[in-house]
Ligand binder design. Structure first.
Ligand SMILES: [Zn+2]
Length: 370
């Protein structure tokens, strides 16, 4: 377990990250000091190269940081999934998960995150015949101390779409068992184009009836229909990515009206080739941030929150993702709205959400943010 930094360990969550920036500071500095929420981050995508090296060594394999970096640099979606599979092959026991969870918590704190819903690929654990509940308890144990340092965490159990409905149901059963232990939602990731949403309808009904919230990756490499299906057929309350919705003005209006937020991860979209696919260009060089549909989605009234997706694999951090918003031409007011949407979209009890939102607004006012 990493040592606690010499920060203000006893400071309550609502005053975290409020000490550094002043009114006269740059917008970027103010943004860095705002308390933030991150709703779309995969635990297994957060493993820094040095941690992969350490994990591989536990199993007698010599891997260099350079090799990890090379594997993480993926040109398209299929090779991204391959890299994901490779890195998760070093996660074999609860203590491996405890290690990476503690390190992710450190990374989140360093980015000024006070609340996060972290996705766990429980579908991969079950595929490898692991005890997903035992892994999860080790994750919980490793991260509970971070609450006292101002980081509140909840967890999303993710099934892998291309594995099919039956393995997804197995993930759902484990998630439901852990509903009172910090698992707040059930999700679906992996290859969006492999199987239709309708295959998973029963699984989503099952989790919803047992108190879990529902999310799904859709419109990442798929089109508008995939996003619509996730909402209509699976009851998804938030959409992972959803950038394919930008191709359909009616869908954008429909999402805006229903208040379904999209969890947008710009750097991820560049690195997996998802943006290139959405733009219909074979070359990832043509798929630049300036062509990202986030501004269009936001200005069409769709609620957008911002995340890193797989920060280690994509060599990004949440503050870097906020910089991409400026590069896309968003105004300061729009960027602050995106940050606020991280809290409004949280699956938290009303009083906790209100407290976090109030702390966010207080700090934004203090810094004279729009
Ligand atoms: Zn994701």
């Amino acid at each position: 377990m990493p040592e606690a930094s010499p920060g203000p360990a006893s400071v309550p969550a609502d005053s975290k990250a409020t000490t550094t920036a002043r009114k006269s500071d740059s917008f970027a500095a103010k943004l860095a000091s705002l308390p933030k929420a991150e709703l779309h981050v995969h635990l297994e995508g957060s493993i820094e190269p040095a941690s992969v090296v350490a994990l591989a060594a536990r199993y007698g394999q010599e891997v260099s940081e350079r090799e990890v970096e090379a594997r993480y640099r993926t040109p398209d979606f299929v090779s991204f999934l391959e890299a994901y599979k490779w890195v998760t092959s070093f996660l074999r026991q609860p203590q491996d998960y405890a290690l990476i969870a503690g390190r992710l918590a450190e990374q989140l704190l360093a980015e000024g995150v006070v609340y996060s819903e972290v996705t766990i690929s429980a579908g991969v654990m079950l595929l490898r015949h692991q005890d997903a509940a035992a892994n999860f308890r080790a994750i919980r144990e490793a991260t509970e101390p971070y609450l006292a340092r101002g980081l509140r965490l909840q967890w999303i159990f993710d099934a892998v779409r291309q594995f099919g409905a039956r393995p997804a149901k197995d993930v759902a059963r484990v998630a439901v068992e852990l509903v009172n232990e910090g698992v707040v939602a059930f999700g679906l990731g992996g290859d969006e184009l492999s199987l239709p949403a309708s295959d998973f309808r029963d699984v989503y009904d099952f989790v919803a009836a047992r108190g879990l919230r529902r999310v799904a990756h859709a419109g990442e490499i798929g089109g508008p229909q995939s996003v619509r299906d996730a909402v209509e057929q699976l009851g998804a309350e938030r959409i992972g990515h959803g950038i394919g919705a930008a191709l359909d003005p009616n869908l954008m209006a429909w999402l805006a009206e229903r208040g379904i937020p999209l969890e947008v991860c710009p750097t991820s979209n560049l690195r997996t080739g998802a943006l290139a696919r959405q733009l219909g260009t074979a070359s990832t060089e043509d798929a630049t941030l300036r062509r990202h549909p986030l501004p269009l989605l936001l200005r069409s009234g769709v609620t957008i929150n911002l995340s890193t997706d797989d920060p280690a694999m994509f060599e990004t951090r949440l503050t870097r993702e906020y910089e991409t918003l400026s590069e896309m031409g968003l105004t300061e007011g729009e960027i602050v709205r995106v940050a606020e949407a991280g809290f409004t979209g949280a699956f938290l009890p009303h009083h906790e959400k209100t407290a976090l939102l109030e702390a966010f607004r207080r700090q934004a006012d203090l810094l004279d943010l729009p």
